[in-house]
Design a protein around this ligand. Structure first.
Ligand code: HEC
Length: 179
């Protein structure tokens, strides 16, 4: 290698190395993933608020919910919601301040629409997001009726579910959250 070439190689190598490092650590363009499509965003952007905002069209009642519950939920939560490998969902009404407080839905949850949100978003864990709106209304109705919060025949839909008054409605301390 001539002196000239050796000098050129010596200059060339550091330039390549520096630009490779710069590309890997460029904080302005981390190249993590790809932007979500509108459809993908819609799949997750469906929060239901405590006052019922966000509840979808659809309806369901306890008798339909019981069938779905036994197929998709009972393995973990017990045949009648009494608990198993996962939380108890149904119990006799127990005040949260008593000696044996219960976190079953009827004793603990302050709002009914968020039960719908939780179930549709995350249950059953192995197939989260697969329940339809009607199935989720039916399951929510079943859980509320089993806890004695609504009647066995009461239909749950966006209007009736938002109107359910949970027994533990005032059992939480409110914090100010700026919109
Ligand atoms: C494979 C087991 C499993 C199955 C099946 C399952 N769950 Fe769950 N469930 C869990 C676990 C574990 C938790 C606790 C999750 C947590 O706290 O983050 C939970 C939590 C819940 C809660 C919240 C309980 C609370 O008060 O904190 C509800 C409501 C619920 N599940 C409903 C359902 C419904 C309805 C189905 C059927 C569609 C279902 N689950 C199927 C395991 C299961």
């Amino acid at each position: 290698m001539s002196m000239l070439r050796r000098a050129a190689a010596a200059i060339f190598v550091p330039v390549v190395a520096t630009s490779a490092i710069a590309a890997d650590t460029d904080v302005k363009a981390p190249r993590l993933g790809t932007p979500l499509s509108t459809g993908e965003i819609a799949k997750w952007d469906r929060t239901i608020f405590a006052d019922g905002r966000g509840l979808p069209p659809g309806k369901g009642a306890a008798k339909d919910g019981r069938v779905i519950y036994e197929q998709k939920c009972a393995d973990c939560h017990g045949l009648r919601g009494e608990g198993g490998t996962a939380e108890e969902l149904v119990s006799e009404p127990k005040p949260p301040s008593g000696d044996y407080p219960s976190k079953a839905i009827g004793s603990y949850w302050p709002f009914a629409p968020t039960i719908f949100d939780f179930v549709r978003r995350s249950m059953p864990p192995a197939a989260a997001g697969t329940l339809t709106a009607n199935e989720t209304y039916a399951l929510t109705a079943y859980l509320l009726a089993a806890n004695g919060v609504i009647g066995e025949g009461d239909e749950m839909n966006a209007k009736t579910l938002a109107a359910v008054h949970m027994p533990n409605r005032d059992g939480f301390i409110w914090i100010d959250v700026k919109p």
